[in-house]
Structure formats: C-alpha cells, structure tokens
Design a protein. Structure first.
Length: 492
C-alpha cells in the first residue's frame, strides 16, 4: 500500500472538466442590487429622462444602466468586463433578460456624446481651461441621480431612519488617463477632474460635474453646488455646506449666504470653507495675540490644534466688501518643543471662512469631518468601482460612465444603510462584495416556481432576506421571450 501523504502535500480530489449544467453564479448576490434598483423605481425614472434608443428592438435604457451598475458592483471596471454578466445564466434568469455584450455597452455610452459641445472647447494651443457643458443625455442622468436620492431618502423615512439634516461636502478629484483626448492637470499628469458633491448624513452622491483635467477646482464651483442642493428632498430641517479652499470663491459664497436661501425647503445654508491664505489673511492670522489662541485638540504626535477669531476684512477683487461680512476662524498647528514641520517651523497657520456662530474648536472639527465623506467616496468610486477607468475618447461618454459609477455607489450605500447590521453599515466596497455580492447561488424550479437558492451562511442569507423585505417588489414569472429571443433580449 502507498504511504499516506501529509494533508498539505496533496489535493484530496480530482478536477472534473465538465461544466455544470445548472444556472449557477459565483456572484448571485448581485441580484440583491438589482432588487434595490427596481424597487426604487429607477426604470421609470430613466424612461422619463433618457431617450437614447434608435429603434424599438434592443435593450431599453434602464436595462443597459442596470447591467452597468451590476457590472461595477461585482468588480468590473470597463465595458469589456461585461462577459462576467453575459456568461452567467443565473443572473440572466434573475434579471429576466440576457445582459448586453461589451459592444452594445460601448454603443450605448457613445450616444451620450455631442460633437457640437466638445467643439466649444478652446484649441490645445490656447491651453485655456473650459468647462464643457453637459450634453442632454448627461443632464438626464443627473435628473435620474437626483430622483434616486429622493427615493432613497423616502425609504430611510419608511424604515424609521428619516434624514432631516443635509450637509453637502464638495470636492474635485483627479482621474488619471492616458487617452489622447485627456488634458494635463496640475499634478503633472493627464486626465479628468470631476467635481463631486456628497450628502454626508445619508452617504449619497447628489451631484457631479465632469471636467477636463486642466480645469482648476476653483473654476465655477457654484454649478455643482446648485445641482446638489436641488437634488435634496424637500422635507429637510437644516442645510449645511463644507468645502476646501477651491470653494473659497465669491460666486459660490455669495449664493450660499444669500437671504434668498432662507425661504427654501430646509432653510438658510450654513457653511464652512477653507480660506485661501492670501498675504493679507496670513498677516491677520499671525497678528492674533498669544492669549487669543485656544487649544481644542491634540494630535497623536503631540501637535496642538488651536483656534482663534481673526479680525479680517477681505480686500481682494474676488470678494465684495459691501456684502454680508463673514467670520474668519484661524487654525494654528503648534508642534511640541523639539519637533518641527518639514519646512523647519514649529507652527502652521490655516483659516476657515464661515457664516456659522459655532464655537471655533467645534467648527473646525466639524469642517474637518469632510475628509471622511467626500474623499471616501472618491476612493471607493475610483478604486473599487468603475469610476477610475474611463472607456472613451469622447468627453460625454466618459461623463456618463462616471455618473453610472456614482449611481452604483448610491445603490450600494442605500443597501448598507438600510439592510446591514449597525456594525456592518460602514464597510468598504471590498467587504461589501464579500458580505453580499460574491455569494454563490443557483436558479431552480419547484412546482413551476423559479427560485434562487444560495450556497451561503445563514448570516449571508439573512442579509439577502433583509434586502427583499426593505426593497419590496412583486414576484411574477418572466415569459421565455425575454431570455434573448425577443424585445429587450439582444441588440444595442
């Protein structure tokens, strides 16, 4: 008899090369996100705001968008990854249609392109930053995004988690791209620099403005902010805005503090924005007496965080002296004795401009929280969804792909917030996939009823059941004609 091999010196099975005939999937949990998508009524929203189909046959716009969001949820980041869906019979039966191929997805994205709008961009020889206007279909996607945000907020209210306060955190991010159409950005590479606005309390992206890489973040931040506040539900009790120094721009600040905001749903907008440290402001901050600085925190290395009221009246052309005066709160980071910053100094000065009356330390802590919201969204969308890989040379096609990455983020966020346990609601996209998406399952029939059976732990199945309970939908058999043999089954 052969000697028994040690456990880890062998494989205790043979590989059977015959494929399973059952309709099985390694990521059957993606159907939970399809349930969220459909329960929120996104197909109706899309039908009301997008008209891209050139003929009656082929995929509806809502089917294309559903397929793209599911693709990004399972880890695909380019149209060519559609094979992950197109070769999955379990997902096909669960969706009721065969997912599109990569060529159909690319064709769909190209329909967002508008050559006339791109022709408005100055020539490369001029090197002028220019914000390309959104095409009609891209504006339609923003309407879909806004409608989805309101419906998710309504679902929170139905579950006893009503969101009555809205803090908008706005920030731009760089997406590196080596495409010929990409323009140089300030960090020395090439790519695009979209502006994104996030509703912090609900963890939802409410608006974005796709931009060329050479457009500075400080160029017209107002447009994105206006879209963001327009997307919020109307039953809010308070509204706030936070931004970095790119938002220290007269047009935006004048709009935020305008008394006309007060009668709007949610009332006046209180804000805090990192101030541009102009020479005059730097002098004013450094002129604060030592007794004026108050310590409100200590960092891990012993650096003191101190605040002070700054007596400053802006005198630059971009700021209007006759407008409502704003408050400037100084921030001093003071190293303990023996430690220095990289530039050799023991203190750094910053400032925040605001219309809030909050204690200075609490104000600066509140403003700092922005880093945990919108910057987190940038990371998730670019590195774990498809937002970091742009598929086209055409500006509007890339804008549409990026917006769909943001829509996917919102569907994931709504699922976490409404269906996960308290300790799981802050998991990142990688963990979300392990908890819900990458769950093996198969479709079977029992007494002529098709059902999804999962190969998963009781905890994973309980998460799926929670999705089914919170995002209700009727159950009805799908006609065979939908499975690739009729309208909505094939084509582009």
């Amino acid at each position: 008899m052969a000697a028994r091999l040690p456990l880890q010196a062998k494989t205790p099975f043979v590989l059977d090369p015959r494929p399973l005939e059952e309709a099985a999937s390694p990521h059957a949990g993606a159907l939970a996100l399809s349930r969220v998508y459909r329960s929120l009524g996104l197909p109706d929203l899309i039908a009301a705001n997008l008209r891209l189909r050139q003929r009656q046959r082929g995929f509806e716009e809502s089917q294309m968008i559903e397929s793209i969001t599911l693709l990004q949820s399972i880890g695909g980041d380019c149209p060519e990854d559609m094979r992950l869906l197109a070769q999955d019979p379990c997902l096909e039966r669960g969706l009721g249609y065969r997912p599109p191929k990569a060529t159909a997805v690319r064709g769909f994205l190209e329909r967002f392109h508008d050559e006339k709008l791109e022709a408005l961009r100055p020539s490369r020889e001029e090197q002028k930053s220019f914000i390309v206007p959104s095409s009609g279909p891209v504006e339609g996607l923003q309407n879909v995004q806004a409608g989805a945000v309101r419906r998710i907020a309504q679902r929170y209210a139905e579950q006893g988690q009503a969101q009555r306060i809205a803090t908008i955190d706005q920030d731009a991010t760089i997406i590196e791209s080596h495409k010929a159409a990409a323009l140089a950005h300030y960090e020395g590479g090439r790519g695009y620099q979209p502006m994104v606005a996030v509703w912090a309390e609900a963890d939802l992206v409410v608006a974005d403005e796709f931009r060329d890489g050479n457009v500075p973040a400080k160029q017209d931040p107002l447009t994105c902010a206006q879209m963001a506040f327009a997307a919020l539900p109307t039953d809010l009790t308070a509204r706030y805005f936070r931004g970095d120094s790119a938002c220290h721009e007269s047009g935006l600040l004048d709009w935020l503090k305008d008394p006309a905001r007060a009668p709007e749903p949610g009332g006046p907008i209180e804000f805090a924005v990192s101030a541009v440290m102009s020479p005059a402001l730097a002098v004013a901050v450094r002129a604060v007496a030592e007794k004026g600085w108050k310590t409100f925190g200590t960092e891990d290395d012993g650096t003191l965080r101190q605040w002070a009221e700054v007596d400053f009246v802006p005198g630059e052309k971009s700021e209007h002296k006759d407008s409502q005066p704003l408050r400037y709160v100084g921030l001093r980071l003071l190293k303990p004795q023996g430690l220095l910053f990289a530039d050799g100094s023991d203190r750094h000065f910053h400032a925040v401009v605001t219309n809030r009356k909050l204690d200075g330390g609490r104000l600066l802590d509140w403003h700092r929280e922005k880093a945990g919201t919108v910057e987190h969204v940038h990371d998730e969308v670019k590195n774990w969804l498809g937002g970091g890989h742009l598929p086209s040379q055409h500006f509007a096609a890339n804008a549409a792909w990026f917006k769909l990455a943001l829509l996917t983020y919102n569907l994931v966020s709504a699922t976490r917030g409404l269906c996960f346990s308290a300790e799981e609601r802050t998991v990142r996209m990688k963990k979300f996939r392990l908890l819900l998406i990458h769950v093996a399952g198969r479709m079977n029939r029992n007494n002529c009823v098709m059902g999804l059976r999962l190969c998963a732990s009781p905890e994973a199945i309980a998460r799926m059941q929670k999705v089914w309970a919170v995002f209700a939908l009727p159950t009805q058999a799908t006609a065979a004609v939908a499975f690739g043999r009729g309208k909505g089954g094939r084509g582009g």
